[in-house]
Ligand binder design. Structure first.
Ligand code: ADP
Ligand code: MG
Length: 230
């Protein structure tokens, strides 16, 4: 569904992504691991069109998208949950969810199943985003990305700074979405146990390069934990 081939990206003179290739497949969670500063967020932003790539190709459903705007990539079916959540603090929960539907027609309702995934959001519809806890904001950011019904969901460190009980809930939702079989999930994580538990496939980045990859079931045996230990 998503095919990334040999992409390179620079910030000024610094070579940030070096010949990165990956795929994400419906029904599977592909986990991207790596220490701070290796280029994970830059990679995800380049997939979303938020930073330009210098060379390489990105295709979605067999069509090249590397020249498409972020808006067009969202419309094509890619949902993005940014690092740090980027909730609109002064807007209500409901308004934040509606932002996720911004490119749909004005009458498109917020899908009710989102409140089954994240019941807390239903209780808080009229609260301001900025008044939610970090974990609730993360759930809101995921629900916002899911609102238009993406076929690829990209998450950038959803467990960062979040309490364990909500991390578990988020893990359950990610697994369930993948198990439904139609959505591909690309999850960037530094929390190793969470990543291993969810990974159908894994990739490890170091200094902008993919240095290891394989099935999630082999992560422990291959010592991936030590590769990404802080
Ligand atoms: N907007 C930017 N301008 C210049 N350098 C940046 C910018 N964003 C990130 N970097 C640098 O790019 C590298 C990769 O950053 P990032 O993709 O955020 O890594 P990660 O998400 O793996 O922590 C780091 O060295 C970082 O300092
Ligand atoms: Mg990052």
């Amino acid at each position: 569904m998503l095919t990334v081939q040999n992409i390179n990206q620079y910030y000024g003179g610094s070579h940030i992504l070096r010949d990165v290739s990956l795929t994400a497949t419906p029904g599977k969670v592909t986990v991207l691991l790596g220490r701070n500063g290796v280029g994970k967020t830059t990679l995800l932003k380049s997939l979303m069109g938020l930073v330009p790539i210098k060379s390489g190709s990105i295709s979605f459903d067999g069509k090249p998208i590397d020249k498409a705007t972020p808006y067009d990539r969202a419309r094509a079916g890619i949902g993005f949950v940014p690092q740090g959540r980027e909730i609109f603090g002064r807007l209500t929960v409901e308004e934040n969810l509606r932002m996720g539907l911004a490119y749909k027609s004005g009458s498109t309702p917020v899908p009710a199943h989102l409140y089954e995934l994240f019941p807390v959001l239903k209780q808080m519809l009229k609260r301001r985003g900025g008044d939610l806890s970090g974990g609730q904001q993360q759930q809101l950011a995921i629900a916002r990305a899911l609102a238009p019904g993406p076929r690829l969901l990209i998450l950038d460190e959803p467990t960062e700074g979040i309490q364990p009980s909500i991390i578990k809930d988020i893990g359950r939702v990610i697994r369930m979405l993948a198990d439904q079989g139609e959505m591909a999930i690309l999850l960037c994580e530094q929390y190793y146990d969470f990543a291993q538990e969810l990974a159908d496939e894994y990739l490890v980045m170091e200094r902008g390069e993919v240095i290891a990859r394989g099935p999630g079931s082999e992560m422990e045996a291959k010592g991936i934990r030590n590769l990404v230990a802080i």
